[in-house]
Design a protein around this ligand. Structure first.
Ligand code: BDR
Ligand code: CA
Length: 310
């Protein structure tokens, strides 16, 4: 099994990513760290616990990390995810504990304990916790096997400003710290996730399993897809964050290439833009594997089949 730490700001799509990870025997979820993003930290950490309980895995260790970005003021997205961040299903208040340890310390200590290259960090929100860990403990960089992240956009543009995707926009300085760290990165931008659409047929297939988890997941999607359907006129919304976990399980469903990626932190107009050298027009170092395409039907089959086992 592959040991992973999930860093997240649930968010309906984060929640479904967590369900997919907890349903997958190939993955060993060492812990889940919450970060402020879609909604403030008090809600994201609670939402993680709600989802672990929904999955029937209350033994999962959940930690709270950073409550605000490194430099900028926190920007949230209740207009997408609702007031709780997890609007849609009626999930009970969690009873499992929040771990006392700080999420950033958990990341640092866990990496130090394990052999170099063993742990994969899966990031589904702003990169604040990862950047803080690298700043506080630079020795952990070579310990991280890979960071697999949902974030950014290039030909597809941004979803928060014309130039920037939400996760990178919220903490561009953290993103810059990560992209200049030399750690192997797989970046899953909007160019890929906008193809992972929750079409009517795909959600109906999920719902047809009729389990507690597939029903709740379909209700999460029903709420979440409304914003993007209205905005983009698509059948369904993009299920961004589960792509990160799916890439670990079935990389053959995705395609991309190694590119240089730089993060804009200077200009207010393009703050948080991911400048991806897709065509290799510079000789800057190829610091990320950038995903552009996925087999969306294959992805939804995998997701539905897995979460139906919970
Ligand atoms: C990202 O922003 C959040 O709203 C989603 O959970 C996803 O991680 C998409 O831009
Ligand atoms: Ca997210």
């Amino acid at each position: 099994t592959r040991p992973i730490i999930i860093d997240t700001d649930p968010g309906q799509d984060d929640a479904i990513a967590i369900l997919l990870a907890l349903a997958s025997p190939e993955l060993d979820v060492l812990g889940i760290t919450a970060v402020a993003g879609n909604v403030p930290l008090e809600l994201t950490e609670k939402n993680v616990r709600k989802i672990c309980e929904l999955a029937g895995k209350p033994e999962t260790r959940v930690f709270a990390g950073a409550s605000r970005p490194l430099v900028r003021k926190l920007v949230t997205a209740e207009y997408v995810h609702g007031k709780t961040g997890l609007d849609g299903p009626d999930l009970p208040e969690p009873t499992m504990p929040l771990q006392e340890k700080d999420g950033v310390d958990f990341i640092i200590e866990t990496l130090r304990e394990r052999p170099a290259g063993e742990i994969t960090l899966c990031t589904l929100g702003p990169l604040t916790n990862i950047a803080l860990a690298l700043i506080r403990a630079p020795d952990i960089a070579p310990k991280i096997g890979r960071i697999v992240m949902m974030g950014g956009g290039f030909f597809e543009g941004g979803n928060t400003t014309p130039a920037a995707e939400f996760n990178i926009f919220v903490d561009p300085h953290a993103a810059k710290t990560v992209f200049t760290s030399g750690i192997p990165i797989t970046m899953i931008p909007l160019d890929c996730t906008h193809k992972a659409l929750t079409t009517r047929d795909r959600v109906a297939a999920m719902r047809s399993h009729g389990t507690r988890v597939t029903t709740a997941a379909a209700e999460l999607i029903d709420f979440f897809e409304r914003y993007d359907e209205d905005k983009y006129g698509t059948d369904g919304g993009p299920l961004h964050d589960p792509c990160v976990i799916a890439w670990l399980l079935r990389p053959d469903l995705f395609s991309g290439r190694d590119c240089n990626v730089e993060i804009e932190t200077g200009s207010e107009l393009t703050m948080g833009m991911t400048v991806v050298d897709w065509w290799g027009v510079t000789n800057r170092s190829r610091n990320a594997h950038v995903i552009r395409d996925l087999d969306a039907d294959g992805f939804f089959c995998l997701l539905t089949e897995r979460i139906a086992t919970l």
